[in-house]
Design a protein around this ligand. Structure first.
Ligand code: URA
Length: 238
């Protein structure tokens, strides 16, 4: 990749600003002063340093975040700060996308990746990757057989939507694990409304076979390896 492309991708500035940085003798590649902004660098192999600081670059790069309640999962700050605002350097420099949003009042596993195909594989209902949530209910769980078959809810545009069969694991009368392969707006909350219940707390605990680690504190994140990512698709139906 061209040096100026690499650095502008990482938000060090436009290509002309990067050119200027090079002119000002602030950029080194493998300990040698960079002279040409068009020079090729191999991320992961060549060491690029700006103002004495090593540039961290990986493509693709994936993060698992333990999202706290109170953060939105859109990029722009609306009523709640974006979960993206939790990211510090060097991760704040990457352009991540989310594999399935969470409501501001839902916590737990959020996967960020720069790999658009991966995100598509995870969120496409056709691929049948189950996302599992721990739902805390207002009322004791009663007959939930309709959720196992599929129920009609409204989607994000208030259009009727028939859910695919969910998997349910009742932990106790107020706590249920529910796995769904789709991700419509407020889907889990709306599914429990259909059976006259209400979700009062929601946490995503897994995507496919990738689980939120017990030792990842709320509000923290860590990088995932390609092997971790493969776990998502292990033992899924597709
Ligand atoms: N279902 C919901 O209702 N909310 C979420 O954040 C995720 C799934």
């Amino acid at each position: 990749m061209r040096l100026d492309k690499l650095l502008s991708n990482l938000q060090y500035g436009s290509r002309s600003i990067v050119k200027q940085l090079i002119k000002e003798k602030r950029v080194f590649v493998n300990n040698v002063l960079a002279k040409d902004s068009a020079m090729d660098v191999f991320p992961g192999k060549d060491v690029v340093v700006i103002d004495g600081q090593m540039v961290y670059y990986k493509d693709p790069i994936h993060l698992i975040v333990n999202k706290p309640v109170g953060y939105g999962s859109t990029h722009v700050n609306e009523a709640h700060p974006s979960v993206m605002s939790l990211l510090l350097e060097p991760y704040s420099r990457f352009e991540f996308n989310m594999a399935g949003r969470l409501d501001w009042d839902t916590e737990g596993l959020l996967l960020l990746s720069t790999d658009g195909n991966l995100i598509h594989r995870i969120i496409s209902p056709k691929k049948q990757v189950y996302k599992t949530y721990l739902a805390t209910l207002l009322h004791p769980i009663s007959d939930y057989s309709s959720l196992l078959e599929g129920v009609e809810i409204l989607d994000g545009e208030n259009k009727p939507f028939r859910t695919k069969p969910a998997k349910i694991n009742v932990l106790d009368e107020f706590h249920v694990e529910i796995s769904i392969s789709e991700g419509k707006f407020h889907q889990v909350k709306r599914m429990f409304e259909v059976i006259a219940n209400e979700v009062i707390a929601l946490k995503r605990i897994s995507i496919g076979n990738l689980f939120l680690p017990d030792d990842l504190p709320i509000g923290s994140y860590q990088e995932l390896s390609e092997q971790d990512i493969e776990k998502i698709f292990e033992n899924q139906e597709n």
